[in-house]
Design a binder for this molecule. Structure first.
Ligand SMILES: Cc1ncc(COP(=O)(O)O)c(C=O)c1O
Length: 429
């Protein structure tokens, strides 16, 4: 791409990061299925390992196919760069690990993906990192949870599966008042529906497994950084001071706006090793080419289906934040003007039994543990994705025994409504 023009989101989804391959002329993004790279000479090899020059060394930390995907994601997000990982979980673990030390404290929204709640509670305890969960909606709770050793605020743009919308700007301002970054999981919104950095978020993480890929073929994750946060403000010696894990390199001083991402790649990805495969990077880059088109259809279908369910006499409640009556509609208007995504929950009367009978009767919706696929998906969170959570934790994420989560695909909305109607009829039978 060129600096001469600010290209639109659709153009960047197709072109950012990828250029025709110079040796073969291949127009599609090549899959560089290689573990390592032949160095031009010993001097360049040394310069690459010293991070004095940027060059490919080993595919655990860099690979040209993955680099193209990283550039595309960073471009769409408006960040200074991105680092990709083997999964969304690996991305967020690595993002945390890079800026936290044992003894640090993190404040997180209580309405998060169940796997993240478990990770924060149990893995953090093992690493001696203190954690406070707070209501995503109550900024006073966030403020009063801040301690001297708090290092990070964390939440999801649209919570999985409760559909709460995070007040990103308010939380970013609070974090910055206390010299901390705000990290946001933007998986459910994608950069097409919301770019959290435009509202002050510093680090944005993704499970690329979901809407970014859109095909349900691959697991992956990404971390993007705005480059705006001042890691040398005295609270983050782990990034600002010389690192004995990288022969005394001071990442922020040396790389400036790229300091956090360089440490994330050169140390955390190097040490934890949860790298994305080049083949998956190729599939994600292909998926992103159609991201804006898919998201428009996802949103328009989700709005139709949510409206249908909210008017159905059997349905007790629908948590789609885009509904006019939803508590989060004002935040949707501010942060998600193109739509509130396509994943939401609704409650069936009859609890667990009814939920399972309903799921058994669906024909178009696939019963599985994923979201953000082009195909419509359904699951019963209390017995699957969120089963490690206590009743209180379930309640905090907005899940009851009869709660069903759907991820609305890009099929015809009329067909999806037909399928849901016959699933509901099966319960009454
Ligand atoms: C919001 C959110 N973040 C992170 C993850 C973890 O991503 P992955 O399954 O790619 O590890 C998930 C998985 O469902 C998710 O829904």
């Amino acid at each position: 791409m060129t600096d001469e023009r600010d290209f639109g989101f659709h153009t960047r989804s197709v072109h950012a990061g990828a250029r025709p391959e110079p040796t073969s002329g291949a127009r599609a993004l090549p899959i560089f299925q290689t573990s390592s790279y032949v160095f031009e000479d010993p001097e360049s090899a040394a310069a690459y390992f010293n991070l004095q020059e940027y060059g490919n060394t080993y595919s655990r930390i860099m690979n040209p196919t993955i680099a193209a995907l990283e550039e595309r994601i960073a471009n769409l997000e408006g960040g200074v760069g991105a680092v990709c990982f083997a999964s969304g979980m690996a991305a967020q673990t690595s993002a945390f690990f890079t800026l936290l030390n044992p003894g640090d404290h993190v404040i997180a929204s209580s309405a998060l993906y169940g796997g993240t709640v478990t990770q924060l509670k149990h893995l953090f305890r093992k690493l001696s990192i203190e954690l406070t969960f707070v209501s995503p909606d109550n900024v006073d709770e966030w403020r009063s949870a801040i301690k001297d050793h708090t290092k990070l605020l964390y939440g999801e743009t649209i919570g999985n599966p409760g559909g709460n919308v995070l007040d990103i700007e308010v939380l970013a301002n609070l974090a910055h008042e206390h010299g901390m970054p705000l990290m946001v999981d933007n998986t459910f919104a994608t950069p097409y529906l919301c770019r959290p950095m435009e509202f002050g978020a510093d680090i944005v993480v993704y499970s690329t497994t979901k809407f970014l890929g859109g095909h349900g073929t691959s697991i992956g994750g990404a971390v993007t950084d705005s480059g705006e946060f001042n890691w040398s403000n005295g609270r983050y010696p782990v990034i600002a001071e010389p690192s004995d894990a990288y022969h005394g390199l001071a990442f922020h001083e040396t790389f400036g706006i790229y300091g956090y991402l360089m440490k994330l790649r050169a140390e955390t990805l190097r040490d934890l090793g949860a790298c994305m495969s080049p083949f998956n990077a190729f599939l994600f880059a292909q998926g992103i080419e159609t991201l804006p088109l898919r998201m428009r259809q996802h949103v328009s279908n989700a709005e139709r289906v949510a409206q249908f369910l909210s008017e159905h006499p059997m349905i007790e409640s629908v948590s789609y934040p885009g509904l006019e009556t939803n508590l989060y509609k004002p935040l949707v208007d501010k942060y998600l003007p193109k739509g509130a995504g396509a994943v939401f929950c609704f409650d069936l009367p009859g609890g667990r039994e009814a939920g399972q009978q309903f799921i058994r009767s669906l024909t178009l919706f696939s019963h599985l543990a994923n979201v953000g696929d082009a195909k419509s998906l359904v699951i019963h969170p209390a017995t699957t994705t969120h089963r490690q959570l206590s009743d209180d934790e379930l309640l905090a994420t907005g899940i009851g025994p009869g709660t069903v989560r759907v991820s609305i695909g890009i099929e015809d909305a009329d067909d999806l409504i037909w399928d849901l109607e016959q699933g509901l009829a099966a319960i009454t039978e």
